[in-house]
Design a protein around this ligand. Sequence first.
Ligand SMILES: [Zn+2]
Length: 422
Amino acid sequence: MDPVFQRIESKRDELVALTRDMVRIPTVNPPGEGYRDLAELIARRLAPRGFEAVFIRGAGAPGDSDRFPRWNVVCRREGGGPGPCVHFNGHLDVVEPGHGWTVEPFGAEVRDGRIYGRGSCDMKGGLAAAVIAVEALIEDRDALPGALEISATADEESGGYGGVAHLAGQGYFSAPRVDHVIIPEPLNVDRVCLGHRGVWWAEIETRGRIAHGSMPFLGDCAVRHMAAFLERLETELYPKLGTRRSAMPVVPEAARCSTLNINSLHGGLDDGFDGLPAALVPDSCRVVLDRRFLLEETLEQVKGEVVAVLEGLRQSRPDFRYDIRDIIAVDPVMTDRQAPVVRAVADQVERVLGRAAELVVSPGTYDQKHIARIGRLDDCIAYGPGILDLAHQPDEYVVIDDMVEAAKVMAAAAHALLVGHA
Ligand SMILES: [Zn+2]
């Protein structure tokens, strides 16, 4: 592998330039802009190396419109003989910059060995490293078996429905087309991410009855019902969740248990209005729950314990009425520690960095869920150069040395998987 590693070293400036070009296309989601431009940049880059590009629009997916089409690209290069396919998948989109930046969010400034900008860490730096990795491998070995693929996909930040889920539905992430998938999400250069916790988002609405605010006894206040629900979460559910530890190696360590975030709360009739409130008893109050769960729990249990709290209130509070609606439900996924892609990448982390790879699980979900559930492909991990804690932060950056090292790991792991030995 040494000649390949040397090639990657010599491509350092190219890697920086490619990452900067990618960051300078602001693919902000929502609304999901610039996808086609970035997808074409990647296809153009890979074409001279023998990759054929297919552009697929996630037509009809949430957010897809003629103004903001959900474009994806899959680039494939057939090798010189039969063998498996190793696929690198990165998402095109970035979250909005938000406040607190001291550099231009889409300026791709290089300073102190880092590239700054929204998406540099999550995950354009990772995608660029994968491109350089396969280029170096192809240039060094003219007789690679199997096939290499790089895809760049839409909407990971908003659930991936117009991206990986759409492609998985068309067979792009299934055998026999693809065998091993590496997603260069920012989980740190020395970690192999096996999967992620599950997520259940639900909206709960408590119901009341409108009356004049001066005579609340004539109505029924939906906000008070909601307050009673939130109080039960504090006294009954939160203490339980905190004690439920997982065998999943979630990082950071504090996320190695069940968690519940109260995402939003809306009550009354004056949402978004700055004037004086109307003198009314509110008949509706809504809360959005963001529950992250573990392999040791099932979605049914997770929902069941919230419903049990609500049903308990129906017994104890007169006129307590509620509706509950699923927004998103995703099961946890965790690839086996002995799976080929895990072993290949972990071995190369140790070889390149000189220390053992940490096998981890992500606290939040990413596109692996669609590859596992829709594509039915289990040999999938996330591995990339970005620093996990910097994702979605102001002054996000990626360390150039980490990109170079990650590219070496990716090239060597892909080679090991293609030729069938480590
Ligand atoms: Zn990401």
